[in-house]
Design a protein around this ligand. Sequence first.
Ligand code: HEC
Length: 131
Amino acid sequence: MHCKHFLLLLSCLVGISASNEVVAQSGENTYKQVCVSCHGTGVLNAPKFGDKAKWAPLIAEGQVTLTAHAYFGVRGMPPKGGNPNLSIEGFSDALVYMVNNSGGNWKSPDAKTIAAINKEVEARKAGLNKK
Ligand code: HEC
């Protein structure tokens, strides 16, 4: 990252010292950049940000299953939230941000959980029916 300006330099330094907060921050940023356009208002019946009743049964599917199915794409939900460059980690953190503001309490997935999510995505790719 280039730190051309003083403020950018400051945020670079802060980024180094508070990497956990940066992860939470990046989930929020991704949500705002990619997911909010549909999930903010509930476009096409997307489960709305903060709607605990809608999110409860989804959260109950578990982090691995729900993250993988949403990342792969399900019904009106486009693969990767419609952003082909979005990594599974970036997608997961955006979902954690949404879940934690909609009645859940998930953590940013560790390497083991990411591996399990990837495996489930591969299973979907391998030709299992779209839900
Ligand atoms: C173009 C609109 C759109 C965008 C952008 C979008 N979603 Fe969705 N999403 C939907 C819709 C519509 C559904 C409901 C699908 C259904 O049940 O038919 C949905 C459903 C979901 C579900 C529930 C999946 C399930 O198994 O029922 C999750 C989780 C989800 N989205 C996460 C995300 C995340 C995270 C992002 C951003 C990275 C995102 N979405 C961006 C439209 C969108």
